[in-house]
Design a protein around this ligand. Sequence first.
Ligand SMILES: Nc1ncnc2c1ncn2[C@@H]1O[C@H](COP(=O)(O)OP(=O)(O)OP(=O)(O)O)[C@@H](O)[C@H]1O
Length: 285
Amino acid sequence: MDNSQALLKVENLRVSYRAGKAYNTVVKGVSFDLGRERLGIVGESGSGKSTIGRALLKLLPTAKIEADRMDFGGIDLLSASEKQMLTIRGRRISMILQDPKFSLNPVHRVGDQIAEAYRVHYKASAQVARQKTLEMLEAVKIRDPERVFGLYPHEVSGGMGQRIMIAMMLIPEPQIIIADEPTSALDVTVRMQVLNILNELVTNKGIGLIMISHDLNLVRNFCDRVLVMRHGEVVEERAARDMRNCTHPYTQGLLAAQPHIGGSRKPLPVLNRQTISPETKEVRA
Ligand SMILES: Nc1ncnc2c1ncn2[C@@H]1O[C@H](COP(=O)(O)OP(=O)(O)OP(=O)(O)O)[C@@H](O)[C@H]1O
């Protein structure tokens, strides 16, 4: 990737939590650039994936966040004030979480929530906001926008809720979307619909997408580039199409453990810190 095209440049990101008198570092010097592309961050539970997404938006009030660089289009996110972050969060960098229902207000109809967000952002009339909302629902492939407009959050399915959240998130036209396990609660067909929408955003609108997932198969089929995380570190960074040539034993293990039609699959091998040299990241004999 041409570095000058990067929307986001992260160098040596460290995130630590206080544990008594010491600090427990859960993200240990992660670096990456994000262009107008799909970047996957994959790894086992607890490897630090979500922490990276939240650290970028400084949504970790009890953590110590450090980095040599955390640049978003000339803005240093690390030193940005809370006031500046409020103009970035949800407007220029948006986040999609696993369960959209937590992000919607349960007592208001979904259409009214989107229309209100639109009205406030563009200072539009209620009538224009309603019309735009219907168009946005259509854009995220909701077939019957008039009906869905009038539903309450508990009346929509997981997949529809996720699409409604995407519609709402797109109002301020963000440049970066961080999607943290956006499809893990969805069944396969609905998952494809949501992935298609995210894909269109990258291709048609030039958004940079960070897809956080524990599912290597999904990430390598959907993304352009993949960071593989383990114990807070990136152990492998590779073009998704080149994943078969991965060199780290952990990635190789993950890949071998993926199910595929007609083949057997190996259990994920057990690696521990003693068997991997941190400098070379190679298995010792
Ligand atoms: N508020 C907190 N205080 C202390 N430690 C925390 C806190 N939040 C997260 N951690 C620790 O940080 C590490 C990374 O967590 P994180 O949620 O980023 O992992 P993850 O890879 O996203 O896992 P998952 O796929 O389960 O969400 C974990 O060991 C977790 O226990």
